[in-house]
Design a protein around this ligand. Sequence first.
Ligand code: SAH
Length: 343
Amino acid sequence: MVNLRCALYDIPIVELPARLVAIGIKGFKSNEVVKWCYERKVASFAEMTTLSLTEREILAGNFILTTLSIEQEHRSPDATRKFLLRLSDGKCVESVLIPESDRTTLCVSTQVGCPVRCAFCASGLYGLQRNLTCGEIVGQFMAAARASTTRLSNVVIMGMGEPFYNFEAVMQAIGLWHTAPGLEIGLRKITLSTIGVAGLLDKIFSAPWQPKLAISLHAPSDDLRRVIIPHDHALGVREIIAFIRRYNSEIGQRVTVEYVLLDKLNASAAEAHALARLLRGLDIKVNLIPLNPVAEISYAAPSPTAIARFADILSQYGITNMIRAQRGDHISAACGQLRLNSI
Ligand code: SAH
């Protein structure tokens, strides 16, 4: 039988009262439904005990609350937790929970698989299977929030998938994280990461929400970028620089430039100088990501000395940079290690 029930996390908060009235739930009860969903984070309508039994039945007959379930969980010695989540069509995605002393961050996926196939990333190994719905993107957050002992304060959209290929659902999810009473995550605590897709990246200028933006650059030249990101629609280096300049002035915010460090490919002193010259004068910070190993991929991270030298050269040009801590690599939960059914 086809399931015609709608996922509740697919509905923007402002639309919820009208949707509830339409199925016979009184207007003043919508606040309670929102509270149970987002503040109390219940996993079923049956748990909404301040609603009548009939109201709970009406809700369950019209909506689905949880469209994904935690199939497996792995915990790393550094406290990072990776969840394998099963979607209603049987496919799986992964999310990673990263508790730190002052924050708890969730890394969410936006697609099942990825069409981009970066040379060093596990997520694209089998191409794209499908986009996630907003309800499934927010559902990852709600499942992790239920499993976490601390409040989820930050979201990074850096899991499986290229978010600009699923832009509307991603924006809708950001809207929910930001506006749902009980979540209310500041836009500066949500980071959207992209390779910079031609024809799509500019959508950010007219987007309803402005989260922090991170661009995966990975190379100071087009030739090298094409080897690392062999995707027909990835923007060239000059176009990305022009985009960042426009973003700095129109949105008035800094951009994070992500740069995966690959030994013998893009991590020499020459590349560091070229990158620094390229980025001079822009409002950016560089996030250096030493490669996390992926079994099928033969690239390696540079030595700690080479990584430090690369960072030092950027600093000499006055370019703010940091080396991204390798969290969760014991359980293949670090950047680029998320894949289909991997646990
Ligand atoms: N598709 C988006 C978001 C997901 S990846 C993007 O590419 O930006 C988030 C970051 O992890 C990107 O900068 C990506 O290049 C990086 N990454 C992917 N595979 C990696 C690996 N094996 N080791 C380290 N970083 C990796």
